[in-house]
Design a protein around this ligand. Structure first.
Ligand SMILES: [Zn+2]
Length: 248
């Protein structure tokens, strides 16, 4: 058994597949200012012999990727993210207790080092998934955005220091189960500038992180490869070894 970043020889026959993606609906929570998902019928089986629809949505809605170009002019757009960067060993950093105490918690270097103390050093083949517990508030927009009386949102995010720490270790991807890797109260998006500006990318609005172990799963991030996209909706799947039923 080889132990590289917690992912050893993988037995697909017994792996459990966890969908880390929220369904895309017109009612799902959005970042303020975004347009809801919409779908129109183009043809139906009854009238046209085949069914097809046309959809529209913002690049940054639902479970989605932020490409480096989202905050860094001239940086990689979403279709340019290398496939090797989209598959990795899941490092699930659990901050649910801290978030229960303060919804404005920003993931610290200490939070990351706590994971490293239990599972080993973070590195280039890790995808770091921040489990805040916030995913349980989906799909209720009011609970998920959690605005105060002044319209300021309060949900957890990642600190600039922790983001720099991850890039220094070669980590390319931070995923989170909230609307943004910057905390909801941020209006300067410092974390986005720091991590995307250093060649990293994000996955936001992840689902079902409570179903993953802290280490040992493999995660596949599959954004639509939109040409010149600043981001894109993504299907995100995790493979958890040795815990599933055979495929049917
Ligand atoms: Zn973002």
């Amino acid at each position: 058994m080889q132990e590289a970043h917690g992912a050893g020889v993988f037995d697909i026959a017994t792996a459990r597949v966890v969908d880390l993606t929220h369904p895309i609906t017109p009612e799902m929570p959005l970042f303020p200012g975004d347009e809801p998902y919409a779908s129109e019928t183009l043809s139906t089986v009854e009238e046209d012999a085949y069914c097809s629809n046309r959809f529209s949505m913002d690049e940054h809605s639902g479970t989605h990727v932020d490409a480096p170009a989202h905050f860094a002019a001239g940086a990689a757009t979403v279709e340019q993210i290398a496939p090797e960067q989209l598959v990795g060993a899941a490092a699930v950093v659990d901050v649910t207790a801290k978030v229960a105490a303060s919804p404005d918690h920003r993931v610290t270097v200490d939070d990351l080092q706590g994971w490293e103390a239990r599972h080993g050093a973070l590195g280039a083949r890790h995808i770091v998934l921040i489990r805040t517990g916030w995913g349980a508030r989906w799909p209720d927009p009011a609970k998920y955005r959690n605005e105060d009386a002044h319209g300021i949102m309060h949900f957890p995010g990642v600190s600039v220091e922790a983001s720099r720490y991850l890039r220094e270790r070669g980590v390319r991807c931070i995923g989170i189960d909230t609307l943004s890797t910057d905390p909801g109260s941020s209006d300067t998006f410092e974390q986005h500038r720091a991590f995307l500006g250093a060649g990293g990318y994000h996955v936001e609005n992840l689902a079902n992180l409570e179903q993953l172990p802290e280490a040992g799963a493999i995660v596949v991030v599959a954004p639509l490869p939109l040409a010149r996209g600043s981001g894109a909706p993504a299907r995100v799947l995790a493979l958890v070894p040795g815990s599933g039923a055979p495929a049917t």
